[in-house]
Write a protein of this length. Structure first.
Length: 460
């Protein structure tokens, strides 16, 4: 009897979380289309926008919607998230920075949902609350799917951001990415139109006043007065003194210990746009023929070093390991990067990257995401990870009607099937040792097999 009462209570909670009310039971199943399911997990620590995929002590929320909703951090409960409408956000006075993403159903096709980025932290690529696709979560029809890279894409390994600046594949023409003004990162491409006003404006290195098209006087940092300007050639010469270059048959790596002004500590860009012309501060080798891919690092807080890696696939060498370990092909010296973090592959139709079950994940920045029933995706926004899937709502209504017609003795088994977490209900009554520990391990396998994420939603 006690189990039956417990099952009925959980059923009511399940109905509420699924958005199924008594009035819904009178609605014909054919009128109900598709719902989008969200399994959110928030890491308690707020560190560089990272999420620890190996930490089991995370706050979980299971949500569902079929309309336009915003996923927000719950006020006064920073580790919990909820789905709110625009009116509810206004009425509750939710801070703008607490809005994580927006869910928009497709009006023409009920199977399709659009996930939109709601970052309010800035337009630059180094904002931590951008929408990041978790590469190891990719699945299509239940099978794992590789992630294909494109020019200009921003990757994040731990807290290190890499940009796919250029590549060539099977004789195709290399075409370096040209960023739009609205998307330019100030540490990637920077406009500099300041001109010397009089003879007192001179280069702070060579003390010359010459200003030519091939060697212009530039102001690229926060310095003013007599040290405001520097010649392009003088700056490149000075930066080359900080450069360490390592070259093999399949890799040319560049490492600058610091890429900033020695006076004001402002970061220098990799490329300068001056009076309509572009100048590279770092001269990076690109093979005149054959395949290659160029990955450049983007600066992040408290780290002025920069790296660039030209990966050159060879016959018999098409896989490249990325990580912090000394045996890696592309070594990334940052504590947030795992020893063997990810693997890059040169395929016949493009370059692909795969995560190696790293601690902080391998992510790709995306402006939005389109979901259909055949796709399973997970995104990260700051320290919150959200697994997304689209399922027919008719199945939920059918399950609800069946549950109401069953006897109390049968409710437990049906409920376990609905929640996808068999064995959870009644565990305390059965006193099975080790059950809770095994459930925690299963719940935290968010992106491996089995793909089952069911946790407390804060209401049970």
């Amino acid at each position: 009897m006690r189990k039956a009462i417990k099952a009925i209570k959980i059923i009511s909670v399940y109905f509420k979380s699924e958005g199924i009310m008594q009035a819904d039971l009178a609605v014909p199943a054919k009128r109900i289309k598709y719902n989008i399911h969200l399994s959110a997990a928030t890491w308690s620590k707020d560190s560089h926008g990272l999420f620890d995929y190996e930490d089991f002590s995370v706050k979980r929320n299971n949500l569902l919607t079929r309309g336009v909703k915003f996923l927000v951090r719950v006020p006064n409960t920073p580790d919990a998230v909820d789905l709110l409408s625009e009116k509810e956000i206004t009425d509750s006075k939710v801070p703008i920075e607490s809005i994580l993403l927006k869910i928009v159903p497709n009006k023409e096709n009920p199977e399709v949902f659009q996930i939109e980025n709601c970052s309010r932290t800035g337009k630059y690529e180094d904002a931590i609350d951008k929408l990041w696709l978790i590469i190891k979560s990719l699945q299509r029809d239940g099978e794992k799917e590789e992630y294909k890279l494109s020019r200009g894409e921003i990757l994040k390994l731990g807290r290190v951001r890499l940009k796919v600046k250029d590549y060539r594949l099977d004789g195709s023409e290399a075409e370096e990415t040209k960023s739009n003004e609205a998307d330019d990162n100030p540490t990637d491409v920077r406009k500099c139109n300041d001109m010397p006003r009089d003879r007192s404006d001179q280069c702070r290195v060579c003390f010359r006043e010459t200003n030519t098209e091939t060697d212009p006087l530039l102001s690229l940092c926060k310095c003013t007065g007599s040290v405001k300007f520097i010649h392009l050639v003088c700056l490149k010469t000075w930066l080359n003194q900080k450069l360490t270059k390592h070259e093999t048959a399949s890799l040319v790596s560049y490492y600058w210990k610091s890429f900033d002004c020695e006076i004001c500590k402002a970061l220098y860009p990799l490329c300068v746009e001056h009076l309509g012309a572009r100048y590279d501060l770092a001269e990076i080798y690109k093979p005149p023929a054959g395949n290659f891919i160029l990955l450049e690092s983007l600066a992040h807080e408290r780290n002025s070093s920069r790296t660039a890696n030209v990966i050159i696939p060879q016959e018999g060498k098409e896989m490249f390991k990325l990580g912090r370990g000394h045996e890696m092909d592309v070594r990334i010296s940052d504590i947030s990067v795992s020893r063997f973090h990810a693997q890059l592959r040169c395929g016949k139709d493009g370059y692909y990257i795969e995560d190696n079950n790293s601690k902080f994940g391998t992510l790709a920045m995306i402006p939005n995401l389109e979901l259909t029933p055949s796709l399973t995706r997970a995104v990260q926004v700051g320290r919150t990870v959200v697994k997304l899937s689209v399922k027919p709502a008719e199945l939920q209504m059918s399950t609800a009607r069946s549950m109401l017609s069953l006897s109390p003795e049968s409710l437990k088994g049906i409920l376990e099937e609905c929640l996808g977490n068999a064995g959870r209900i009644g565990a305390e009554d059965d006193n099975k040792e080790g059950t809770e520990e095994n459930e925690d391990v299963e719940e935290n396998q968010m992106f491996g097999e089995p793909m089952n994420v069911v946790g407390n939603n804060g209401n049970e």
